[in-house]
Write a protein that binds this ligand. Sequence first.
Ligand code: DC
Length: 241
Amino acid sequence: MTSGGENRVVVAIDGPAGAGKSTIARKLADTLGYVLLDTGAIYRSVALAAERAGVSWDDEARVTEVAADLARRGGLALQPVPRGTGDEASERGLRVVLEGEDVSAAIRTPSISLGASRISSIPAVRSALLELQRAIGANGGVVAEGRDIGTVVFPQAAVKVYLTASVAIRAERRHEELRRAGQEIDIEKVREEVELRDHRDTERAVAPLRQARDAVLVDSSGREIDELVEELAALVRRAAS
Ligand code: DC
């Protein structure tokens, strides 16, 4: 809910996989009446588009073409959807449409997670997707979540949060999320994937995952999500008043 006279600001939420970013960002956007910008969904969509075009995720030049082409033609749309119908899009409050096709579920497989991690380490891919992300946040009233939102995409964001949790807890959450999506994967394997992605995301040369100097550090381990969302909403309201 928004109260009259407030500025609609940009909220940047960064952090590693499984820290609770998407759930928290979605609930926070709902609470504030803001648009949700899931930037991971954009990288995932590029990985899927490359795969479908027969382009190897390691082929930097061609993956960059895929990303730039998608951004230029507007071939990718993030649409807010009502919740409660039980499918992937409604779970997240966001439908991801690639070339007219709903890929909300297709971009969440472990293989596409790895692909997204790979292609997001290509500097030219990141810059090709920058304007697309900035355009969505241009008028404020956005909760943007990702890895480099507070550091690169929206360095002027009014509120920056760096959300983290222990590796064990993040692996458990990912495991549960995959299980709900019908994918039974050994927890140890999920933990390895989480660690591999952490390593890639924090070690890459361009826009590595790190806490912005002016970001609030929040550890979600053992915390109630709704309580955290309320805390963050209060922070945003203060910054926006
Ligand atoms: O948050 P996610 O799991 O959907 O992100 C998928 C991949 O995209 C992940 O490996 C990190 C990368 N990513 C990124 O590099 N920068 C962002 N702003 C968002 C995601």
